[in-house]
Design a protein around this ligand. Sequence first.
Ligand code: TNX
Length: 485
Amino acid sequence: MDTLIPAPVSASPAPAEDFAVTAATAVHATDDAAPVAEHLAEVLRAGTGHPVPVLAGPAPGGAIALVLDAAAVPHPEGYRLSVTSRSVTLTGSTPAGLFAGVQTLRQLLPARAGTEWVVAGGEVRDQPRFAHRGAMLDVSRHFYTVAEVKRFIDQIAQYKLNVLHLHLTDDQGWRIEIRSWPRLATHGGSTQVGGGTGGHYTQEEYRDLVAYAASRHVTVIPEIDVPGHTTAALASYPELNADGVAPELFTARGNATGFSSLATGKEVTYRFVEDVLREVAALTPGEYLHLGTDETHATPEEGRLEFIDRVLPIVARLGKSVIGWHELLRSPGLPVSAVPQYWGRESSDPLMAAAVARGNRVLLSPAHKVYLDMKYDLSTPIGYKWAGCIDVADIYDWDPGTYMDGVPETAVLGVEGPLWSETLTSYADVEYMAFPRLAALAEVTWSPWSTHDWPGFAARLAAHGPRWEAQEVNFCRSPQIAWST
Ligand code: TNX
């Protein structure tokens, strides 16, 4: 109980009440709780080798029970977990709450598999601080396979993150099949940074990823970055270029300024954007489409404003809400449903404060705090340092609820850690940059500020090293942490 991450609202350990998982242990659940029960049973089977059946109906003594009870747990993602030597009872008002509780239960089990697995006894009450707890994976600069993205989903879900923002398009690669514009994927997705073969997700594969994420209570937010960061599209269709000439595919790392743009003055551009967004929206059950809109230095400002004015109603007609990087705020007349994602390094931004005053909610991703592609320190072999080095204490030590002037906690929808992949040539590199920092980000987004305590966190985090070793996660052994062996 004293190594949980993110820290729960409250935990009362009862060391005499440890619960042993044995060959006789079953998980009991009623209808809507059954999929979460099955997920827990799989974890217990893998850890113990015991059969761990999932059974319908109320639990007899000696069992693990998953109970849906809205009256007992007011928050939709909250849960109550009670572990005694006789039984384990996990109560939530929704399957999402139960799923969060299962992640806590997993952390109460030993790091390594064994036939006598014991759940630490005691009682936990918990609920999240912010609704949107996200990680962004850039699959454009380097492509990651469906299996790798699923592993990432499993990894973030274990820390109670509930949003996966997929950066699907950029100069170096278009990563999702669009049936009405097939060359986007077949040509635009055919390479990546460094000139490798790249890749893309077919619509079936993307659907499968979205469904897999949903089974882990993670919502996928697809990003189609427009009108800048579009070389992969421009190379695939000459008509999207202002001069009608398709550029070569782009395989360099690029610079942080943005050098490509859709032709905002051409009608074909709007047909293109509408077709793409219609197909992506149809594959995406979540509320949001992310339009990027960042770093449009190659787009004349007037054209950029016209572009956004014309694209916002397309998204609305598709029944979705817009997220964009905070450059979106340069457009007047954004709907209150639009969510700017702030990646700046200032704690004061007049456009952010004005949007909040109008009623918009915001996502916070301040680059010098949560950019997961920044180096830990100057010795980190991969990553960037333009926003500074970010070690575990840096990502841990800020309060999203008070971080920006004019942006009170109630206006903060949540926090996202973006993992840009220019320098990450393999999934092992993704893990190295994500862990352990994602655990710190999870605590910043989930745990009440009253639990915030760096020495305490650092001590708890040390105990997660052996868990990652057992799961073969390539994590960075930051010298800030006295890793357990
Ligand atoms: C800035 S942050 C970018 C990305 C790069 C990243 C590298 C933002 C909205 N744009 O295109 O990948 O820096 O750190």
